[in-house]
Design a protein around this ligand. Structure first.
Ligand code: ZN
Length: 272
């Protein structure tokens, strides 16, 4: 089995300091936290930024501050979120990737969450995918539901995304896919040959889903974006969640990829 890529999603759009004081929200906090997670064994960092009130921000200046600093100070693969809580307008999403991060998330469908509808029209998704291709940004196809997988494959067929495809299965969000091993098996079997995949389990589903991904040959995303607890009643830090995933993977006989090894696994250009 190839080595495990541990992604850390340290911030996200939802948790605030009042929920977990370890959530990094300023660019400086996000940068420092990502560096600690790299030391702990993360190969890839999934970036969201916040405004001064800790709300999700689409501000490309804040994003660039984080991306440029991490490019300078780490080997981490940097993936910028184009997720919708910071706005779904196409122009704003395109601005978030102008600094050409190596990767960006790409949501390939629409879903009703418990309190809002996350709408990603097909034409706008395709336009964003084509912009990523033009800029040399590899998309991580974010799947909140089963249909998102085929939508990603359809974008490949339209030559908006290049193979090999990389997917992230987000499981356990209310209103979207449940965190289920049966479903994870189905999702894996629906991918084109040569694809790679990561799983993001939300809240208490993070640990079991990521552990299954280790055993199934996928990759694991941990971090406070998806889950703020280490265990019931005990708040986590991002580093702790990364360290646990690294430890588990090694115990289960699977080595953990360095950022440069992860680039090779994801077919990203190597970095000097
Ligand atoms: Zn995200």
């Amino acid at each position: 089995m190839e080595k495990l890529i541990v992604t850390v999603a340290p911030t996200g759009s939802v948790p605030k300091k009042k929920n977990n004081p370890h959530v990094p929200v300023t660019p400086k906090e996000i940068i420092e936290c990502a560096l600690r997670c790299e030391d702990a064994g993360a190969a890839l960092v999934h970036i969201h930024v916040r405004d001064k009130d800790e709300n999700p921000s689409p501000d490309p200046v804040l994003i660039a501050e984080v991306v440029y600093a991490l490019r300078d100070r780490s080997r981490l693969i940097i993936q910028v979120s184009t997720g919708g809580r910071a706005g779904t307008d196409l122009e704003g999403r395109i601005k978030r990737i102008q600094m050409r991060p190596e990767m960006a998330s790409l949501n390939t469908g629409s879903v009703n969450f418990s309190t809002w509808s996350y709408v990603n029209p097909p034409d706008e998704t395709e336009a964003l995918a084509r912009e990523m291709k033009r800029l040399g940004v590899k998309p991580e196809i974010e799947c909140f539901d089963v249909s998102f997988v085929q939508n990603g494959i359809d974008l490949r067929d339209k030559e908006a995304i290049e193979e090999p495809l990389h997917f992230n299965f987000v499981m356990g969000v209310r209103g979207a896919m449940p965190a289920s091993i049966d479903l994870l098996l189905h999702l894996r079997s629906s991918l084109p040959a040569g694809s790679t995949w990561t799983v993001s389990g939300v809240a208490a589903a993070q640990l079991p889903m990521c552990t299954h991904a280790i055993l199934m040959g996928g990759h694991s995303r941990v971090g406070l974006e998806d889950n703020i607890y280490y265990k019931r009643g005990e708040l986590a830090t991002n580093e702790q969640l990364v360290e646990r995933m690294v430890r588990l993977s090694r115990e289960l006989g699977r080595e953990v990829a360095t950022p440069d090894e992860a680039r090779a696994i994801l077919n990203l250009p190597s970095r000097k």
